[in-house]
Design a protein around this ligand. Structure first.
Ligand code: GRF
Length: 215
């Protein structure tokens, strides 16, 4: 089996990164965490990576004249570390079509909503404002269109009547920490593939994502 060398791209606190680190430490990750890359030097996730002894890189987007120039530098760094899979975990930059083209099918994101509901920002507030009964998080393949690539795995929870946006955010994040490493395991082990714009799991096209229920 390949090493499934994987990079995690972050911009912030990196609680999802920590979930990957913990799964690797528990020997339940089918991928090798080979690089943590941030566009911000002050991202706390870099401290988590350092504590876990993982290689890190900082590439500040402000040092590049265009989105693609920034992305080409990221790709060069990924190549230097022989990276096969790329995990976006709170990476707050939109990737260029060029970058997505390079990594399509090997590039996952987690989004804090039940896509296709609520792409974009401020999802928890929007869910509460709409009075939705369910909320959750989605792991999906990244394509050129923001938050619109084929969904793979969702964690869903009922929205309690009295919950506020901060509590909802915490609960959704806890779900992400459970589902995102599982989705990477599927990808790294070859069970999950991206074929003709669709997600395929165990040789079956996913017309809709696998859904796990949480409380
Ligand atoms: C996650 O909630 C994820 O849904 C979104 O960014 C957040 C990152 O959080 N894409 P963290 O940095 O992993 O704590």
């Amino acid at each position: 089996m390949s090493e499934a060398r994987t990079a995690v791209l972050i911009s912030g606190t990196g609680t999802n990164l920590q979930a990957f680190i913990d799964r690797a430490a528990a020997d339940s990750l089918a991928a090798t965490l080979a690089l943590v890359l941030s566009n911000r030097g002050d991202a706390y996730g870099l401290v988590r990576a350092g504590n876990a002894g993982l290689p890190t890189a900082v590439i500040d987007h402000r040092d590049y004249a265009s989105r693609e120039a920034f992305d080409r530098e990221i790709a060069a760094r990924l190549d230097a570390h022989d990276i096969e899979f790329v995990i976006l975990a709170g990476f707050m930059r939109i990737l260029s079509p060029w970058f997505v083209g390079q990594y399509i099918g090997r590039l996952l994101n987690v989004h804090p909503a039940l896509l296709p509901l609520y792409p974009g920002l401020d999802t928890h507030r929007r869910v509460l404002d709409s009075g939705d009964r369910f909320h959750g998080s989605t792991v999906h393949f990244v394509t050129e269109e923001l938050d619109a690539g084929p969904s793979v795995l969702q964690g869903r929870l009922p929205v309690a009547p009295s919950v506020d946006a901060a509590e909802l955010a915490r609960r959704v994040q806890t779900i992400e920490h459970r589902i995102y490493p599982d989705a990477l395991n599927w990808l790294a082990s070859g069970r999950l593939r991206y074929v003709d714009g669709r997600a395929v799991l165990d040789d079956k096209v996913l017309d809709s994502p696998v859904v796990r229920e949480f409380q």
